[in-house]
Design a protein around this ligand. Structure first.
Ligand code: NAD
Length: 293
């Protein structure tokens, strides 16, 4: 049965390394990296994410600035807040929690963020730099996927990978990061033909679709490494939710060589990588060398 890739442990180790580097830049350069998170409205899932970002940022020794705005905030007021954060020297990372409530223009808000502070890696400047193979702030979830893969394979050079899903948040940037690792990448999406056949040929499988247990065990190449990005909430009888991924986990366990669980896999890595991006942004903005994490 497959090795279970423990995102909890790997994320905890990464957070320790970030905290050590934060302590070092504080000690040597009097720099306290700061992350500002903007939450508009009260989407319950977003509130959970924002709370965990706040706690983990502080635990790493960084400054955390939370800005909660009502769901009916105007586009102008939201853009004014982003402009203020762009100018604030204590803020090195700006994250606007998505999705934004209806009526707000997400693209305009992302474009307004200073690319040097764009720790979500969604500004076209960063997306373009990543696609061009240049140094960039990259989206956190794909960064986490690469770290999890490397916990199994020290080098991805020459390996076949398939990324299922082509969103700006996950699929597309993940493809670029895999190319930077010299993997051979297939990009699959809702219009792809014979997805099971494509998956069957592939060593590294990344599922970022948002469809519960879509990827079946018998699609997999025996021994494949499976990174499941999906977080799907399935209502239970007691009114609570159960989380499942985009991969049929129990089936895949018998075929895959290694697999990430949901929860406890990719989701754990996303916030840890946000801390990494904030530290990197703080060093870049203040002219310090790239941190050792
Ligand atoms: P999205 O809806 O923006 O994109 C989904 C992609 O899947 C699209 O590109 C679409 O072409 C593709 N797709 C849809 N149906 C398909 C099908 N039948 N076959 C093949 N491809 C299909 O979603 P997203 O933002 O990329 O997120 C994907 C999943 O990852 C969601 O479950 C989301 O909750 C989860 N997610 C997890 C994290 C994390 O921290 N672990 C972060 C972001 C997103």
């Amino acid at each position: 049965t497959a090795k279970i890739i423990d995102g909890k442990i790997i994320a905890a180790e990464l957070r320790v390394r970030v905290a050590e580097e934060v302590a070092r830049v504080k000690r040597e350069h009097n720099l306290i990296p700061g992350l500002a998170v903007v939450l508009v409205g009260n989407d319950p899932a977003s509130e959970v994410y924002v709370r965990s970002k706040h706690t983990q940022t502080q635990a790493a020794g960084m400054a955390s600035f939370e800005h909660k705005l009502p769901a009916d905030v105007s586009q102008g007021d939201l853009l004014a807040l982003v402009a203020r954060l762009n100018r604030d020297p204590a803020v090195h990372g700006i994250l606007v929690q998505l999705p934004l409530p209806k009526g707000l223009n997400t693209e305009a808000v992302i474009n307004a963020i200073d690319p040097a502070k764009d720790v979500d890696g969604l500004h076209p400047n960063n997306a373009g730099r990543l696609a061009g193979g240049f140094e960039a702030l990259s989206p956190c979830t794909p960064l986490g996927c690469i770290i999890l893969t490397k916990s199994v394979h020290a080098s991805l050079e020459g390996m076949n990978a398939i990324v299922i899903g082509r969103s700006n948040l996950v699929g597309r940037p993940l493809v670029q990061l895999l190319l930077n690792e010299n993997a051979t990448v297939t990009i699959a999406h809702s219009r792809s033909r014979d997805l099971p056949g494509l998956v069957k040929k592939t060593d590294l499988v990344y599922a970022a679709v948002g469809k519960p247990e879509m990827v079946r065990g018998d699609w997999l190449k025996p021994g494949a490494t499976v990174i499941d990005v999906g977080i799907n909430r399935i209502p239970k009888d007691d009114g609570k939710n159960r989380l499942v991924g985009d991969v049929a986990y129990q089936e895949a366990l018998g075929v895959a060589g290694a697999i990430t669980p949901v929860p406890g896999g990719v989701g754990q890595m996303t916030v840890a990588c946000l801390l990494v991006n904030t530290l990197r942004a703080a060093c870049a903005i203040t002219g310090l060398p790239k941190p050792a994490v």
